[in-house]
Write a protein that binds this ligand. Sequence first.
Ligand code: SF4
Length: 369
Amino acid sequence: MSKASSLYIHIPFCKKLCGYCDFFKSISLAKLPEVLVRTAEEMRERAPMLAGTVLKTIYFGGGTPTVCSPEELGSLIALAGEIFGTSEVEEITVEANPDDLTEEYLVGLRRVGVNRLSVGIQSFRDEDLVMMNRRHTAEEAVAAIERARKAGFDNISIDLIYGLPTATLEDWRANVRRAIALGVEHISAYHLTIEENTIFGKKGVTTAPEELSDEEFAVLCEELRGAGYQHYEISNFALPNRRSKHNSAYWKSTPYLGLGAGAHSFDGAYTRSWNLPSIAKYLEGAPAECETLSLQERYEEVVMVSLRTVEGVDLRLLEEWFGVAKRVEFERIAESFLGCGVLRKMGDFVAFSEEHWLISDSVIAEFFG
Ligand code: SF4
């Protein structure tokens, strides 16, 4: 059976800068048409990377992919069909800004084969949205989800941000309940981080106090569990059978090809590559940079990524990929965290207990000395 693979297409353009964002993007759309032409060329050039695999997911991320028309996204999907074949593709996701999702636009996305939306809502409170410099209001976000339903989307994810300096615990609880009431199939919730090079960083905005963030995480878990969502990765919750197939593939070391300025690729073994985060260099055809990971580096990646998932580290796979000595080393360090309940063991899997996920970074660091 051929190995599964994924395709990621980065659209590095936005109409407005959000205060917290440090993703690579441009707010001038002038180069968008040229970038789309180059992305199609890059897909042809780098197709050999996925030779012998079966494409299962396509993901348009950004930036804001919904700055493209459905036809522009559709032509890249059609090209992927020509090059890789899309008969086995199960999920085609487009990250979307709520205010781009008109009825006509949504119908257009359905027509070109998009079957999943990941909508950047961030908060259902206008005060938070203004503070974050988002383009939409809470009401517009709710209306966009309702229009997406009417257009036939039955697999919708939304992003929310907690740890905001403008929200109380009860505001956050109301946010989570609003998301549940919308009935979306998937929720990604991220803690606000402040990077120096962002608008927030320059303005000296701070996150909520750590204690409040911890309580918000607990409320998030409790409310979503009560509503039937499975907490399947530290920042991701899904209704049954609605996990993100694309992101799950990343966490399972599936090979993926990333197209577009700043996009990353992985061969499923030891080689990672990435395009420079520069639209000018991308249009010049600059080749992707490349690195071959050592066994130790790959081991650390696998442990780190697996411990962020509900299933955790698969000890048998660890042994198969990195040898028995690495499994023994992992189990020896895991022992003390199992004893105090921070980690839990189920058969051959070692995972975090949900309430300890927030301290995962410091625990994971212990595995690598
Ligand atoms: S829309 Fe997304 S990528 Fe663009 S600035 Fe906002 S958070 Fe960043």
